[in-house]
Design a protein around this ligand. Structure first.
Ligand code: AHR
Length: 506
């Protein structure tokens, strides 16, 4: 099977905001406890943080990490996580039917972010709480000393404000499962008034209103219209969430997911434009896709804990999806979508980062390793920075019910002008046939292959484990040929590839 792709240096989608390679950590399951934090672990640093995990996180170069939830944030008291640790209360976490010891709070998380070299993106509780607590939390984090909250932060060990820019106004408020779930009008009013108060404190904050939890929510896309009509002048982004699954083990349908993802983003972008026009506004709200990933492998095993059959355990294994090779293709396609939609998606967070539907897994007291999905995220984060090119691809397709025609090739291209490189991320959705791809690099010359990485496996269900961490891993590709303004590459059936070429412009 053959495909052709045109990459023209003048056909540009957008400068990519590096924050599309962000991640998410929630007080959920073992994400925090025995994930990033485990004071008794042999690698623990002076703050009790696992150095082995920090190193794997650093390897991904995530620009920001969203925290502390998720559903958890909608009944969370941030004040429980400050002050002397021995005095912090243990609370029942209503979102996940567990106990929260509060041994990690904002100070510990901020220190950890510094260690791994990332920014904080924080969420306020607009579920069980409201404007007042949101304002207090923001002042505690960013306020000057000489004020009540700034002085309290200093007393707790941190004099300088953290100057956190990105703030989520609640989480998934459209979801009936959310503590303090609201209608779009109720939430829109609250988000707009909260944003007004936070802006009165600091007009430069980047504020994110909740959009839909999934494109199959009954309130989507009316939710976005109503929320934006309330908040258009006071927020910077509307957040979207979406997870993919393959319960019926139908790979062609599963790999069509990002076509739905792309349509979801386009619809919300159109809704933003509609509200902008209606309001005669000069502002441009964009999209923060602050939860996305594959989530289904662990759903069944989690039921008992979520139904309360185990009482209120502290940091039990929850949402521990073990990702397979098929999920590499899925995650690769989703990342391609974020690159192709980088004109409207300015932030995105893989959900989550450690143990909980995560690219990094740990054993309590033991090893840590990379899940299969670590790699496409790694390649995109490392080499998908620059300018997204508007590629024109021609390729045979297949049909998926309710979605439509799906091309066998999924491809995104990024130019890094400073480095003089073009990077292509390619997925062959066809499980039977190899795909020979000819790329024409218009406006470039002297193309030379710098790097070619391939992920393929004869078993779509192959996984990585602590004992066999390299079962699914990239290997050096062969056979990519670059010549003057052409690049050709062959994609084996069901494969993910990254090809980087150096080019001169001209
Ligand atoms: O990431 C897991 C959960 O998924 C989050 O807590 C919630 O926001 C979403 O439903």
């Amino acid at each position: 099977m053959r495909a052709s792709v045109i990459a023209n240096r003048d056909y540009v989608i957008s400068e990519i905001d590096n924050r599309i390679y962000g991640a998410f950590l929630e007080h959920l399951g073992r994400a925090i406890y025995s994930g990033i934090y485990e004071p008794d672990h042999p690698t623990a640093d002076k703050n009790g943080m696992r150095a082995d995990v920090a190193e794997l996180v650093r390897g991904l170069d995530v620009p920001m990490v969203r925290y502390p939830g998720g559903n958890f944030v909608s009944a969370y008291n941030w004040e429980d996580g400050i002050g002397p640790r021995e005095q912090r209360p243990t609370r029942l976490d209503l979102a996940w039917h567990t106990s929260e010891s509060n041994q990690v709070g904002i100070h510990e998380f901020a220190d950890w972010c510094e260690t791994v070299g990332t920014q904080m993106m924080l969420a306020v509780n607009l579920g069980s709480r409201g404007l007042e607590e949101a304002r207090n939390f923001v002042e505690y984090v960013n306020g000057p000393t000489g004020s009540y909250w700034g002085d309290l932060r200093k007393k707790n060990g941190r004099a300088d404000p953290w100057y956190v820019k990105m703030w989520c106004l609640g989480n998934e408020m459209d979801g009936p499962w959310q503590i303090g779930h609201k209608t779009a009008d109720e939430y829109g009013r609250l988000a707009s008034e909260t944003a007004k108060a936070l802006r009165a404190f600091d007009s430069s904050l980047e504020l994110i209103a909740c959009g839909s939890s999934h494109s199959n929510m009954p309130t989507y896309p009316e939710w976005e219209r109503v929320v934006l009509e309330h908040t258009y002048e006071t927020v910077d982004h509307i957040s979207l969430h979406m997870y993919s699954s393959n319960y019926d083990k139908h790979t062609p349908g599963y790999l069509a997911h990002n076509v739905k993802l792309e349509a979801y983003i386009s619809t919300v972008a159109a809704t933003i434009d509609y509200v902008k026009a209606k309001k005669r506004s000069n502002r441009q709200v964009t999209i923060a896709f602050d939860e996305w990933n594959v989530w289904y492998h662990s759903r069944k095993q989690d039921r008992a804990i979520l139904d309360g059959k185990h009482g209120w355990p502290h940091a039990p294994a929850l949402l521990e999806d073990i990702y397979n090779f098929e999920d590499v293709l899925q995650v690769g396609c989703c990342l391609n979508t974020f690159i192709r939609k980088s004109d409207v998606v300015k932030l995105a967070c893989i959900a989550q980062l450690v143990n909980v539907i995560a690219p990094i897994m740990t054993e309590p007291g033991g090893r840590s390793w990379k899940q299969t999905t670590y790699y496409p995220l790694y390649f995109a984060s490392m080499f998908g920075r620059g300018r997204a090119l508007n590629l024109v691809a021609r390729c045979p397709s297949y049909e998926v019910e309710l979605i439509g025609e799906i091309p066998y090739l999924d491809v995104a291209g990024v130019e890094n002008e400073a480095e003089g490189t073009l990077t292509f991320f390619l997925v062959n959705r066809n499980g039977e046939e190899e795909l020979d791809v000819e790329l024409s690099l218009q406006g470039y010359r002297d193309a030379r292959v710098l790097e070619h990485q391939v992920m393929t496996h004869d078993d779509l269900n192959a996984v990585n484990t602590a004992a066999n961490p390299d079962n699914v891993a990239p290997r050096q590709g062969q056979g990519a040929v670059a010549e003057e303004d052409k690049l050709s590459v062959s994609l084996p059936p069901h494969s993910y590839q990254m090809v980087r070429v150096s080019v001169a412009r001209g």
